[in-house]
Design a protein around this ligand. Sequence first.
Ligand SMILES: NC(=O)C1=CN([C@@H]2O[C@H](COP(=O)(O)OP(=O)(O)OC[C@H]3O[C@@H](n4cnc5c(N)ncnc54)[C@H](OP(=O)(O)O)[C@@H]3O)[C@@H](O)[C@H]2O)C=CC1
Ligand SMILES: O=CC(=O)O
Length: 329
Amino acid sequence: MTARKKVLVFRELPDDQLARLEAAHDVKVANPKLPTQRDAFHAALAEVQGMIGSSYPVDAALLVAAPKLEVISSVSVGVDNYALDALQARGIMLCHTPGVLDETVADTVFALLMATSRRVVELANLVREGRWDKNIGEDLFGFDVHGKTLGLLGFGRIGQAIARRAALGFGMPVRYHARRPVDLATQAPELQGKALHTALDAMLAESDFVVAMLPLSASTRGMIDADLFAQMKPGAIFINGGRGATVNEDDLLAALDSGQLLAAGLDVFAKEPLPMASALRTHPRVTPLPHIGSATHETRHAMAELATTNLLRALAGERPAAVYDTAAV
Ligand SMILES: NC(=O)C1=CN([C@@H]2O[C@H](COP(=O)(O)OP(=O)(O)OC[C@H]3O[C@@H](n4cnc5c(N)ncnc54)[C@H](OP(=O)(O)O)[C@@H]3O)[C@@H](O)[C@H]2O)C=CC1
Ligand SMILES: O=CC(=O)O
């Protein structure tokens, strides 16, 4: 039997997953985002071997305050909140939740595709506000989604789930850009002949919808800028389901205001929650969501369960299913 260790839960976990942790280890729950729990969170760091949570920056200074830390289990697939260099230097394991959220995040991205192209929020507001006094005219028509070309920036687990919806359900030709082409024959045979690895400039020029599904890293920070927007088809729709800071938001606003982009659907922003002063919050052709890519009951539970299993395995000296390679860029 594994010796009991000290575990810090820094974001709410479902009761059944908390109970699994408490059965094996001494657990402290303290969310540093809540002023009433911040001191308890920082005090606990000195003794903990394991941490589990998400959506909080675990930087190098925080890690210095946690000298006994062996493993962090993130309830997220993205790992941009963690000081990867410091984790690697200290030999602290980082686990995450790839795979269990792919289909749900792809659904969210498709909701944004449909909402932007068919003006769903704008037209629902027209009805709610009592402005539906005659049949709508051309000025409020949308554009088709089916049959249009989809360009994907990032073609990993989630990008491929989006491509399946587009190619198999909506008859959309798919172009994707990633640094390495994916071997569709072994990894996604259903997309063979339907999704093409395409040079970035050609993908941008050919796509009616450009969807970014990129992780945030040194190579992607600010990557989607004025230069890329200028290469998109005039009147394209841009969707971001990856990370906000991969986009230069001032350049995005300029592309919307100039008419180069027809609309944008955004689940993620450079700063979250989105500041009240951000023009993206109220722009008439932006559909903003509060980072809900994986936010369904089923998927958030599956993520918590995988993260809990990862942590329990790591603390027991076993290899968890989803260890992030902190040396990878
Ligand atoms: N909105 C939300 O709620 C959610 C957002 N996310 C975000 O989505 C991201 C992607 O998740 P997932 O699909 O599981 O990740 P994967 O690691 O499976 O895929 C990442 C993709 O991005 C590509 N990529 C990485 N760097 C670059 C680059 N510099 N230029 C071009 N392509 C690049 C990779 O290909 P290659 O390495 O060959 O370049 C790969 O195709 C997560 O890291 C997270 O930030 C995830 C879940 C929910
Ligand atoms: O943004 C969500 C994630 O899992 O990463």
